[in-house]
Write a protein that binds this ligand. Sequence first.
Ligand code: FUL
Length: 468
Amino acid sequence: MINNIIEIAQISPSPRQLMIQKMGFYGFIHFGTNTYTEMEWGDGTADSKVFNPVNLDTDQWVSTMKSSGMKGIIITAKHHDGFCLWPSQYTEYSVKNSPWKDGLGDVVGELAESCKKYDMKLGIYLSPWDRHEACYGTEAYNTYFINQLTELLTQYGEVFTVWFDGACGEGPNGKRQVYDWDAYYKVIRELQPEACISIMGPDVRWCGNEAGRCRESEWSVVPKEMQNQSDIAENSQKGDIGCLLENIGKCDEDLGSRKIVASFKEFVWYPSEVDTSIRPRWFYHQGDDDKVRSVEDLVNLYCMAVGGNNTLLLNVPPTKEGLIHDIDVKHLKGMGNALEEMFKEDITQGYKWQSISSPSETSVLNDGCDETYWTGGSEDYKELLLFDMKENQEIKMVLIQEYIEHGQRIESFNIEVSENQSQWKRVYNGTTIGYKKICLLSDVKARFIRISITSSRYYPELRCIAIF
Ligand code: FUL
């Protein structure tokens, strides 16, 4: 068991997983015929002529989404209805048979250009489930799908992720496709070796709900079984529920504790992504205009998700016109401003942490460098780190990052404060840290702050600690 836990504590991310975890926050665009037919799950019969975003402006999408703090955007190049937002040569069901730009437009192409212009990464959502394509349900569909993947991964520059949805509502009497996942993955690895394959793929794990709910303890190292596609599909949307999927599947609260470690054999690095929408649904519906998540809600979501060792994928659906609605624009900008304000001034800058339990160089903890890290030296892996703020100050938040390049290790920690070091008050109890932990504090004013790592699977390694 001990050896096992030490081994598990050293499982580490691949470069592509590290890349996406460092991005932290990126956006989703759900756009297509559903935008015009007021549906969430189009059945593939909508006329391609309904698609007509007369004022489409991908610069507006990208600049707005960037203003919220996002680092990239994933677009539904094809949702379940099968309609393609790029002029694929393999189907007639696409923008090329829409009135938009007389059939000469390419939404994916325009978005790719805007992403380049604003230095944002591009991601591709291509729904495996296709309710329009006649060959769906036969082997020919695998070739069709690979052809489309190839178009998307060769024509639009670098892609940071390919997002495969687990949803499928086809009943036992409907058509079922045997997806050739290995062949899909092979094409992606060949054409875009740095891209992640998310959700129905080995690189990024779905957190298990679409409502923005996060686990208290999020492990990036989980049983290999979690990558099983049929289980992922089993928990995904199975019918057009007309809203975001609420529940984390049963028994899924704990994916990585010692109890789990004891019950499974093989473990992998498979970090969690929280996907949710700024509105109650994935596609734009005018009736939702008064239900856009508030700035406060968005900031809270960010702190829980990104600050809870997940990446955050926030959907922003464009209107029929092809623009992000004014209300969403306002809230996204508000979110970006609020986050900037929150993370503006790290109180520890210019001073040094003290390592109490094991002598070690601590200047790396707040040197602003992403590559350096601190390692605890205590044989029991327990550590105590102290910081003197020189005078009483209000503390709103503590940000802690593990150096995940070497694994995820910390199982519990706490934060205490004091005015004079004779009496300490516990202000935070935490479990996992992982890539990023944001500890929100309220009503805390003190001169001294100390962080105790009370349980770790191996020598704890921290990239940084910041106090705001
Ligand atoms: C789900 C889909 O069924 C929804 O329509 C949406 O695309 C969401 C991101 O994934 O499984």
